[in-house]
Design a protein around this ligand. Sequence first.
Ligand code: PMP
Length: 410
Amino acid sequence: MTPTTHLNIEKIRADFPILQTTVYGRPLVYLDNGATTQKPRQVTEAISNYYDTYNANVHRGVHYLSQVATDAQEAARSKIARFINAKHDYEVIFTRGTTESVNLVAYSFCKQYLKAGDEVLISGMEHHSNLVPWQIACEDHGATLKVIPIDDKGELILEDLDQLLTARTRIVALTWVSNSLGTVNPVAEIITRAHARNIPVLLDAAQAIQHTHVDVQALDVDFLVFSGHKIYGPTGIGVLYGKEALLNAIPPYQGGGSMIKSVSFEKTTYADLPFKFEAGTPDVAGIIGLGAAIDYVNEIGLDNIIAAEHDLMTYAQQALSGIKGLRFIGDATHKAGTLSFLIDQVHPFDIGELLDKQGIAVRTGHHCCQPVMEHFHIPGTVRASFSFYNNKEDIDRLVAGVEKAAQMFV
Ligand code: PMP
């Protein structure tokens, strides 16, 4: 592997205490970053510092701690807004994660705009989180869910796009990077083509936010969603970015405290953005932790991260392709973060279990993408997903483990 990055990986690994863990007596090899990333000390310390020194509810108390907590929460919102280049901080809404962000838009946008006979367009490689909420919304409103098909390389078939974008299409909801195949979709082109017909686009950036530069204004994307835990932040916190005009045009998702201007039994008026969509006490610790994660990524440098991960993917792809009987599932020209593969007829679960016994964490199964597995007529895949804190030894151990599985089962 010829490194194109000058990151000091060993120094970085020291920021992640969990990477020193042993599993069944072997040093952990963590290659399940697509499911969730590990957390650097800087993130866990920011969270415990909040609980230990300024724990209070936000936007409510006049007292000192409440103001410190509110400032910290809003500082995190600003960091995230800058990270994705949102025009306004209040276009960043905190949710529990990608799933809740998609559900929010599928509920609120569709309540406002989806009528019987209308259509929602998704793709054939969506995570269930960006499929089921739209299916529910279509059922509720008498609309039809349409799908951009995928080919055997695991890429979208865009020749069909102009037929799929019709006068009845109300929204396009699409993943930027596929969690099951690693495919990076040409989202800028799709947004341009949808906008040419005045159709808004939601991007699921759950697998993009940690591997690529996200600039919502340059993309002109209407909604963008991601989870904190996939970008070194805590679980239970996520983001919905939405353009101000659209967020103002759609109704709230949940009612409760904090999202109101005034309440009477006759009528409630809603708070301004972002609070209209943030009913109840937010996950203050999670938001502060996510802010610390963004600081961490900025400090390492996203360009360095992208280069390191590119090196790892290239090295892993080359090494794995030498294994007899191994085939990659998804052979897209542009991939990020993830390699999915199978060995002859061996069930992916058997490979995963054998790797686990050697201390190597990968994910096996359908990865919440059953339609993708149906397309390839397979029960699932073995998925190795990478982060910049992985090193060459991690890949060498993965390759040795997969080789062993190939010898045992084939
Ligand atoms: N979309 C994609 C592409 C994902 O990879 C994931 C998580 N695997 C999700 C949505 C759902 O994310 P969460 O479970 O954090 O809500």
